[in-house]
Ligand binder design. Structure first.
Ligand SMILES: Cc1cc2nc3c(=O)[nH]c(=O)nc-3n(C[C@H](O)[C@H](O)[C@H](O)COP(=O)(O)OP(=O)(O)OC[C@H]3O[C@@H](n4cnc5c(N)ncnc54)[C@H](O)[C@@H]3O)c2cc1C
Length: 447
């Protein structure tokens, strides 16, 4: 049967689906996108001063050959390769990431507290940790928890850590090898090579969004921009748009936030609606500041657990590509990310001022650099992090089977609502896998 496949959203997941549909030679499909551009949260924007910004610092992690193939085809040789240089700012000191492997940079008293905590962690924690907070204590001990893991994670997630599950962690958090920690301290060795993103590629120009702009170009005749889905009739298999218009489908792939998707379906069981209310997300603000001076730093991105800065992470975006600033000999750029609970009103001007003050407080700029600010660009992120709460999996186990029973496949960062598989590579491949499942009845691995 020539299935009519409709895809909501031209972000990485929707484009991954489109890429796979084109690869398979299937022709009966469309992507509908509410924005006037592709890329979703992985889009990039160039401001009127010529500075380019991502929606928060995007680094390509890759776990999948199919994702690499898509990126290769999009970028060709138009990319730069960087060695990760990530740092943590604590107690007015720069500590290379991962924190626990580079404790030797800490002032002595803090170093001692961290080592004692790590030593005691395994011994003193009885039983299996029940939540993320307990997991942190059981692995890192009190010293590292108090100095870094608690305040940093609280800033990112804006959710009490004992309301969060621990099963999502796997490779997202570097855990501890105490002998290695001790060796690094005593032999004064740096240890920065942990993790899947030790090397990363970045588009030569256009920011991360260039990957998705070019991918969307491959099948632009299949994409309708500025078409926002307003309602879904799961019984008739129809979607309707803001401003009018209806489309039929046999299978619907949705990449919009799952809670909004469910709210747009009229006839749903009470338990699906109730489960949806249990999903938690936060929102974010990106503050890009472009300066009229160059900067010699080679740092890529930095974590800020303390309240000297409102940002949990700041990226030297001019170090990702010289084309991210108008003239690399005269400019550099910093891109800060701040999280907020979804129901909190955001005062953007105050957040910008706090961000710049945070840059001064943490030594990224000097007070007089305020006069060299050439550009300020902010991006509101309505849905930023899908929070892996204790209730999440039970809720998803009610919602997703109900949707799939009606030919609706909700995938991607907020479609699947699983932070552990919510990066660009995961999202693209979820799009590809769901197409395989719909058309060639092949099981998905991720969702
Ligand atoms: C602050 C931040 C930093 C990140 N850093 C990294 C990183 O370093 N590395 C990495 O790999 N990933 C990173 N990510 C994750 C990356 O952005 C996501 O993996 C990816 O964008 C998810 O793609 P998606 O298509 O699932 O969702 P989205 O990108 O959210 O795309 C969904 C699309 O659906 C559209 N849509 C929504 N509602 C409707 C509607 N009603 N009608 C029509 N269209 C609709 C939206 O406009 C959007 O284009 C980061 C994300 C954030 C927020």
């Amino acid at each position: 049967m020539d299935k009519r496949i409709l895809i909501i959203g031209a972000g990485p997941t929707g484009l991954g689906a489109g890429y796979r549909l084109q690869e398979l030679g299937h022709t009966n499909w469309r992507i509908v996108e509410k924005n006037d551009h592709a890329g979703g949260l992985a889009a990039s924007f160039t401001d009127n001063q010529g500075f380019t910004w991502d929606v928060g610092g995007h680094v390509i992690f890759s776990h999948y050959k199919r994702f690499d193939r898509m990126v290769d085809q999009a970028l060709g040789s138009d990319y730069l390769e960087h060695l990760r240089e990530s740092w943590i700012r604590i107690l007015d000191t720069w500590i290379p990431y991962p924190f626990q492997n580079n404790l030797r940079y800490l002032p002595k008293e803090a170093l001692y507290q961290c080592l004692v905590g790590l030593l005691e962690a395994g011994r003193s924690f009885a039983g299996t940790p029940a939540n993320f907070r307990e997991w942190i204590l059981s692995i890192f001990g009190q010293g590292v928890a108090d100095l870094f893991m608690f305040p940093y994670n609280q800033k990112v997630w804006t959710t009490p850590l004992d309301h969060m599950a621990k099963d999502w962690i796997a490779e997202r958090v570097s855990v501890v090898d105490f002998e290695r920690v001790l060796r690094n301290v005593i032999l004064e060795q740096d240890d920065v090579s942990w993790g899947p993103n030790n090397m990363f590629r970045f588009p030569l120009r256009g920011g991360t969004g260039e990957i998705f702009r070019r991918t969307a170009e491959r099948f632009k005749d299949h994409i309708d921009y500025q078409r926002a889905v307003a309602w879904i009739d799961a019984d008739r298999k129809q979607i309707g748009f803001q401003g009018g218009g209806v489309l039929d489908y046999d299978a619907l792939v949705s990449t919009m936030p799952l809670d909004i998707l469910v709210s747009q379906i009229a006839n749903k069981p009470e338990q699906v609606a109730e489960a949806t209310e249990k999903l938690t997300a936060n929102k974010g603000l990106v503050v890009g500041v472009g300066f009229a001076r160059p900067d010699p730093s080679k740092k890529c991105w930095m974590y800020f657990p303390e309240d000297k800065s409102p940002c949990y992470r700041v990226t030297y975006f001019s170090n990702y590509s010289h084309n991210n600033v108008p003239d690399i000999t005269r400019n550099f750029s910093l891109m800060g990310e701040i999280s907020f609970p979804q129901d909190q009103a955001v005062d953007r001007d105050a957040a910008v001022e706090r961000t710049v003050q945070g840059y001064v407080n943490t030594g990224l700029i000097r007070e007089e650099d305020r006069d060299r600010i050439q550009s300020v660009y902010t991006i509101d992120i309505e849905y930023s992090y899908p929070v892996p709460t204790l209730q999440r999996d039970a809720a998803l186990n009610v919602i997703q089977p109900w949707l799939e029973g009606r030919g609706i496949y909700s995938r991607g960062r907020f479609g699947a609502w699983k932070y552990e598989v919510a990066n660009m590579d995961h999202s693209v491949v979820q799009g590809m896998e769901v197409v395989d499942r719909i058309l060639i009845v092949k099981a998905e691995c991720m969702v």
